[in-house]
Design a binder for this molecule. Structure first.
Ligand code: ZN
Length: 115
């Protein structure tokens, strides 16, 4: 979530809190309450470290399988019959859509039934 300087600042705070927490636990032989305080410091440190970690982007790949014998077909706009650029296909909610360059008509690309 957090990036760059903020991330390292949060990790540094987290590391300092862990050291303080461990020191409190070590010194708990003198005062028992310090053991609990030390655990609280470590818990807060882990909480900060958890939110400071960087999340990786999720890549979604969609594979299109052609089920029937394929025929090369020109893709034309159903509104103005202009030739469409298949490279401009966008996947919206899992369905392929093309926007016409000429009339700005946006429509779903569907597969003809194979029967
Ligand atoms: Zn069009």
């Amino acid at each position: 979530m957090a990036k760059g300087v903020l991330k390292w600042l949060l990790f540094s705070i987290s590391a300092i809190l862990i050291v303080v927490g461990v020191l409190f636990i070590i010194s708990s032989y003198a005062e028992t309450i310090r053991f609990a305080e030390g655990l609280v410091f470590i818990a807060v440190a882990l909480f900060i470290a958890y939110f400071a970690r960087e999340r990786k982007d999720i890549e979604i790949k969609q594979e299109v399988r052609i089920t029937a014998s394929a025929k090369v077909k020109e893709l034309r706009c159903p509104n103005c019959s202009a030739l469409l650029d298949a490279q401009k296909t966008q996947i919206v909610y899992g369905k392929p859509y093309i926007t016409c360059d000429y009339c700005s008509n946006k429509f779903e690309v569907t597969e003809e039934p194979t029967w």
